[in-house]
Design a protein around this ligand. Structure first.
Ligand code: OMP
Length: 278
């Protein structure tokens, strides 16, 4: 892995290839629409089809671990291979596994996904802070050592999110606010973009939380979940420049034809470029 911290590499990749993150979510219905069986072989054809079409054109990919885990070890092998191939093609990979556990167990996840020689070594991992922000410390330490990053769930795109995320902590702030404060602290030394990001859904309409964390703001929920490009400015305000917009089903549905996939990604990337200022 490069010596540059994740945030620096992310900004450079977005400047070079545009801000789009393509989510790789091989749902059963997508395998079907690509004419593939719902098996590990179908998963491999689908995933490598996306990799071959887009790896050299898109800055960031976010494979969704759930759809690989569905096929057990054969599925995880595809996730490993895809991650290696994408990174070899110069793209950054965020593995979306939303891991979170007590600190000592978190260290196990960190060595799998974040350590430079880990079997699933990627550029960043999505993590869940609901065992307390401090429980993420082993992942934070490993990410710093490896030049990797984390995306911590803050204001998620699903309608159930506010039940916990808008609740108040013992200190009186919202849970989401506490997560964003923790991230702001971790990124305090960053010049431009730090390596510790928040997940803020593109569907939340607006928020009173301070999204200026000097770190990337992963915004899933575009397209299939109803989030729009125009809505990003409303949600993120002055922090919009740090948004990493992510779209999965909307782009994957354009396959299996490689040119159609590339066209769909290029169109979406172009619409983000204008709004996000790239
Ligand atoms: O962490 C995520 O990426 C995530 C957070 C969130 O708040 N909402 C959300 O949809 N996601 C993930 O983003 C992807 C969205 O996929 P599409 O709705 O098909 O674009 C899925 O893999 C979700 O698990």
């Amino acid at each position: 892995m490069s010596n540059q911290p994740f945030g620096t590499r992310l900004r450079a990749a977005m400047n070079q290839r545009g801000p789009l993150c393509v989510g790789i979510d091989p749902h059963a219905h997508l395998l079907d629409s690509w004419g593939l069986p719902d098996t590990a072989e179908g998963l491999a054809s689908f995933t490598y089809g996306v990799v071959d079409a887009l790896a050299e054109h898109v800055a960031v990919f976010k494979p969704q671990s759930a759809f690989f885990e569905r096929f057990g070890s054969a599925g995880i092998a595809v996730l490993e291979q895809a991650t290696i191939r994408l990174r070899e093609a110069g793209a950054l990979v965020i593995i979306d596994a939303k891991r979170g556990d007590i600190g000592s167990t978190m260290a196990g996840y960190a060595s799998a996904y974040l350590a430079e020689k880990g079997p699933l070594a990627c550029d960043a991992l999505t993590v869940s802070p609901y065992l307390g922000f401090g429980s993420l410390q082993p992942a934070i330490d490993e990410a710093r050592a490896a030049g990797a990053g984390l995306f911590v769930l803050a204001l998620t795109s699903n309608p159930e999110g506010p039940q916990f995320q808008s609740a108040r902590t013992t200190a009186g702030q919202t849970v989401a606010g506490a997560v964003l404060d923790g991230l702001r602290e971790l990124n305090a030394e960053a010049d431009d973009l730090g390596s510790f990001g928040a997940v803020v859904g593109a569907t939340i309409k607006s928020t009173d939380e301070n999204l200026d964390i000097r770190g990337p703001l992963l915004a899933p929920g575009l397209g299939a979940q109803g989030g729009t490009v125009a809505g990003l400015t409303e949600i993120f305000g002055a922090a919009v420049r740090n948004v990493l917009p992510s779209s999965s089903r909307e782009i994957l549905g354009a396959g299996p034809d490689a040119t159609s996939l590339r066209d769909a990604a290029a169109r979406t990337n172009e619409s983000f470029r204008t709004v996000l200022g790239y």
